[in-house]
Design a protein around this ligand. Sequence first.
Ligand code: 4AD
Ligand code: MG
Length: 462
Amino acid sequence: MDYRRTYLRDLFNAPPGTQTSAFGWVKTRRDSKGVHFAQLADGSTFVDLQVVIESGALPEDVLRQITTGACVRFDGTIVESPAARQAVELKATVCEVFGPADPAEYPMQKKGASFEFLREIAHFRTRGNTFGGVFRIRNALSYAIHKFFQERGFIWVHTPIITASDAEGAGAMFGVTTLDLMNVPHSESGIDYSFDFFGKPTFLTVSGQLEAEIFALSFTNCYTFGPTFRAENSNTPRHLAEFWMIEPEMAFCDIVGNMNLAEECLKYVIQYVLDNCKVDLEFFNQRIEPTVLETLDHVVASGFERITYTDAIKYLDESGETFEFPVFWGADLQSEHERYLTDRKIGRPVIVTDYPKEIKAFYMRLNDDEKTVRAMDVLAPRIGEIIGGSQREERYDVLLQKIRDSHLSEDAYWWYLDLRKHGSAPHAGFGLGLERLVMYVTGMKNIRDVIPFHRTPGSADF
Ligand code: 4AD
Ligand code: MG
């Protein structure tokens, strides 16, 4: 056996008469007079291969093991299918069962099982239609993202997962330690980290941005694509404790260039899945969210709206809506506010810029009004924030003051400050949340259902 094999998706184009083997997992089995049918899937496509087994063609003990969930190989001939739903089927004469699955115990039997239930059997849910589609689309989006940046000369930089700095300054980090928690060494001032692996407190990264900035100031344009971690205790359908982020960083670029790149990138990757994942997208449009295809077509065809935070507050104020969280200049935009702006007021993605400095990270460039910073969030209908970015503060004195005002340690950011001392450049970048993008493209409503194995408060199975 060799990895080089014909995927089931390729068999649909094979001419009748082709002798072939088909490997996969049985989705369903049904018996009719004188003939048995098995639907076979191998994850390569949404469509199953229908396998037809005439009575007596296989030994009884083999036939008995062809049940939902079983892993098998069929040998046979591709023939034209009399049924309307597929052009060809496989007439099998040989079957090898690699791994039987007891129908009394296999958990993926029930049709219409809830996504919540399927999360508890995440080691099997990928064999179903919805999750097959989600992960083929997630794969296609990831590929398209690399393709987009590589075609534009961006260097992919692998930023560290273990870090000593809090890039977002929000303090929501998972600690990394080899200290014995039952016997933590103490000094007068608290925990004595000199005994710890790195000799100081370290964490799982919340963002690769600060390290990406080092690369942007050497390679001009770069991007990260990796896992990031946030220990916020937010149990919402849009937050994960471990999620994947793409963070491009560009030297000689301002906030306008940053917005242009964000818009171009989203349109490019969405066009890529429209071109390459048609069958899966049609499934999501039919079964999960009836506006998916229309939305995606609309996004690639129309320009994103661009408004300032101050405009956004004005729209929200004038909306006549009652929001749970109060609206006033200086308040952070909550998900309900973002949804109003995109879903109701504007009806397509909108980029909000120039937020109050108090509600944004220390590294964002201060505007001349000294009240707002050059932040840009891309908000999308149904999802809210999908991208967060900014032009960076490239002026040493201003950055130092912002670090002090944010009560961050100057010492910890010495290297970040150094970049502003030696060859600083105007630069900008953003972070695109991969899972938020997959939600947007598929119409899936819970972020736990677009990552293979979710990490959320209280959940770290598989
Ligand atoms: O807005 P955020 O926090 O920005 C940053 O991390 C910057 N360092 C990005 C940059 O400028 N290079 O996060 C960026 C995006 C959000 O817009 C959202 O799509 C996603 O990351 N995100 C999350 N996705 C899932 N679960 C969470 N807890 C997320 N937090 C942020
Ligand atoms: Mg943000």
